[in-house]
Design a protein around this ligand. Structure first.
Ligand SMILES: Cc1cc2nc3c(=O)[nH]c(=O)nc-3n(C[C@H](O)[C@H](O)[C@H](O)COP(=O)(O)OP(=O)(O)OC[C@H]3O[C@@H](n4cnc5c(N)ncnc54)[C@H](O)[C@@H]3O)c2cc1C
Length: 436
């Protein structure tokens, strides 16, 4: 048997995509190091939704044992009218996730997820260099230099440096900054202990649900988190941008948030009275990149660096997690230097259509859920009330069976198996057929 030496891979960034990729590549047998700009692994006071398509990956990679005790499974997605809070439609989440898609839908605090991923990566032997912002990349060698002056050389650089990726410009040969969507959100977590006993809040602070309000030019979302910091209610309040030009994130106040949502469900305004920390976050997306691979075939983009999308479908990190499964999978099966270009091409081929489709669906969600007051909104609400639950051809993608099957039913590992089987059936020639 030929003994194939593993690749030495440098991952840029300890975001959700970078850490998952490090785990996946490590499990594929490669030596992985991560360089991260921040002095500590990121803490954002906010939750994240992990749908079955991404929980499937995390479970297969063994990350569940690090995070499961911090995960809540929402029973349903409850969609309401912004002003009255009247329910328009409820669609189940927990039961179809487990029964139809075979993997749970989770809510988790980002800090708990990050910590779990980091522990899993370190247990696999991944080395993490914090406080090492990458300032220069030589994609041909490939190597990179960090702000400390340290130089790292590898066989492959996997760039998961997020929305403002510097590697994206290196891959494309020109700057490709993210594009503002014109919207922002307030991100807030409030301990539910502070809210106990307040009239009208029981359902919101005791039942694991995904509560969603549709309003003119905005949405509100709340769900519960059960992390190391106790039980919290997580709020994401999206509206048209009210931030000064050039500011993309800043500490805000409950007064600002209440002002922006003053005509909305009074229950949320009541919760805001108890908020200590309010963050403002400008929302961006990326134009589709013509490629994610540098011509040297030694630098590749994943996660938001490749395809940042709007958050209206809560799928941004899910796509980065799926990317990581596919990249690890192709580099497990094509692990030699001469097959690296083919492996990267196959990764890109398997991921581009999927991420473009989900990006487009996320934009559709924005328009469907944020209609201004008027006849169109009224007709939408009447349609939703008349068409409860999940069915084929539903006008709202979160109730459309076919759409949900594609989104949540996606199995990155099956996709890999299918691609490799097809290559074998199509020809006895090398795997390069997959690139066509
Ligand atoms: C309001 C909101 C809600 C969302 N909700 C969800 C949700 O519920 N579910 C979901 O799936 N997705 C959600 N998303 C999307 C999700 O947060 C992102 O898609 C995901 O976090 C991106 O992960 P990433 O690892 O690609 O990038 P990032 O998380 O941005 O990580 C990039 C990392 O690279 C580091 N870095 C950057 N530049 C350098 C450099 N030069 N040198 C070294 N390190 C560097 C950064 O410090 C950072 O640690 C949401 C997004 C928003 C804005």
């Amino acid at each position: 048997m030929v003994n194939i030496p593993p690749y030495h891979i440098i991952v840029i960034g300890t975001g959700l995509a970078g850490l998952t990729a490090a785990i996946s590549l490590s499990k594929a047998g490669h030596n992985v190091e991560i360089v991260e700009a921040a002095p500590a692994v990121g803490y954002i006071g906010a939750g994240i939704q992990i749908s079955p398509n991404s929980s499937r990956v995390l479970r297969k990679l063994g990350v569940d044992k690090y995070i499961q005790k911090y995960c809540l499974e929402p029973i349903d997605l409850k969609m309401m009218s912004y002003h009255s809070g009247n329910v328009l439609v409820e669609t189940p989440l927990k039961e179809p996730a487990l029964q139809r898609y075979g993997s749970p839908y989770w809510h988790i605090h980002r800090a708990d997820l990050h910590r779990g991923l980091l522990e899993a990566a370190i247990d696999l032997g991944v080395k993490v260099y914090l406080d090492n912002r990458v300032v220069d990349i030589d994609p041909y060698k490939p190597s990179l230099v960090t702000k400390t002056g340290a130089k790292f050389t590898a066989d492959l650089i996997v760039a998961s440096d997020g929305l403002w990726s510097i590697a994206r410009a290196v891959v494309l040969g020109k700057p490709s900054p993210p594009v503002p969507t014109g919207q922002m959100c307030f991100r807030i977590t409030v301990p539910t202990k502070k809210l106990e006993g307040l009239t009208g809040l029981d359902d919101l602070i005791t039942v694991a649900r995904n509560n969603h309000w549709f309003g003119p030019n905005g949405t509100m979302l709340t769900y519960l988190l059960e992390g190391v910091h106790g039980t919290m209610i997580n709020l994401v309040l999206t509206c048209d941008a009210r931030m000064p030009d050039g500011v993309n994130q800043r500490i805000s106040s409950k007064k600002e948030a209440k002002e922006a949502f003053k005509d909305w469900d009074p229950r949320i305004l009541k919760i805001l009275d108890y908020a200590d920390e309010v963050l403002e976050w400008r929302l961006f997306t990326h134009k589709e990149a013509p490629t994610w691979i540098h011509e040297s075939n030694k630098l590749v983009l994943i996660g938001d660096a490749a395809h940042a999308m709007t958050p209206y479908l809560a799928q941004g990190s899910a796509m980065g997690i799926e990317d990581s499964a596919i990249l690890g999978g192709v580099l497990a099966r094509l692990p030699t230097p001469d097959t690296l270009p083919q492996a990267l091409k196959l990764y890109e081929k398997l991921r581009v259509k999927r991420t473009a489709k989900v990006t487009a669906a996320s934009i559709d969600s924005r328009w469907f859920t944020q209609m201004p007051d008027g006849p169109e909104q009224k007709a939408r609400d009447e349609y939703l009330l008349a068409n409860p639950g999940i069915m084929n051809g539903h006008k709202h993608n979160r109730s459309d069976q076919q759409f949900l099957d594609d989104l949540f039913g996606y199995n990155a590992f099956d996709e890999l198996d299918k691609a490799f089987k097809e290559a074998v059936f199509r020809s006895k020639r090398p795997i390069s057929h997959l690139m066509e």
